[in-house]
Ligand binder design. Structure first.
Ligand SMILES: [Zn+2]
Length: 133
């Protein structure tokens, strides 16, 4: 059964707008919330620069943004639960690189056009779609 995840009101619309404003590149960032478990939830995000060699077809979160997010999380800041990125041309389904890159317990939100889909890597390695509310 697909995991059900609550997403803060308006968050998807904001991220779709960010992706639409930068239609030639994959936009990306960090997601915060409550990890998979009892009541998984995504509450917020920060935008990270895409430092991939070719940001039109791939994304790589700016390591400085990730470092800052982890440092803030250790200091009782919001918990990191995954990341988001856009597919300027493809559908909102994970590429082979996306599937390979997701770590256990992470949520991956993929944006494409007006579509946004959430995936989760479980601790058995399965990378599956979530239902969202
Ligand atoms: Zn992707």
């Amino acid at each position: 059964m697909a995991m059900r995840v609550e997403i803060a009101t308006g968050l998807i619309a904001e991220l779709l707008a960010l992706a639409a404003a930068d239609p030639d590149r994959e936009v990306c960032g960090i997601l915060y919330g409550t990890p998979s478990g009892t009541d998984p939830r995504i509450d917020g995000y920060t935008v990270a620069a895409n430092v991939a060699a070719d940001p039109t077809t791939a994304f790589e979160l700016d390591p400085a943004a990730l470092f800052a997010a982890h440092r803030a999380a250790r200091a009782d800041g919001p918990a990191i639960v995954g990341c988001y990125h856009s597919h300027p041309r493809g559908p909102a389904t994970p590429s082979a690189r996306d599937i390979a890159g997701a770590e256990p317990g992470q949520f991956w939100l993929i944006l494409a056009g007006t579509d946004a889909r959430l995936y989760h890597r479980d601790h058995d390695g399965d990378f599956g779609a979530c239902t969202t509310s």
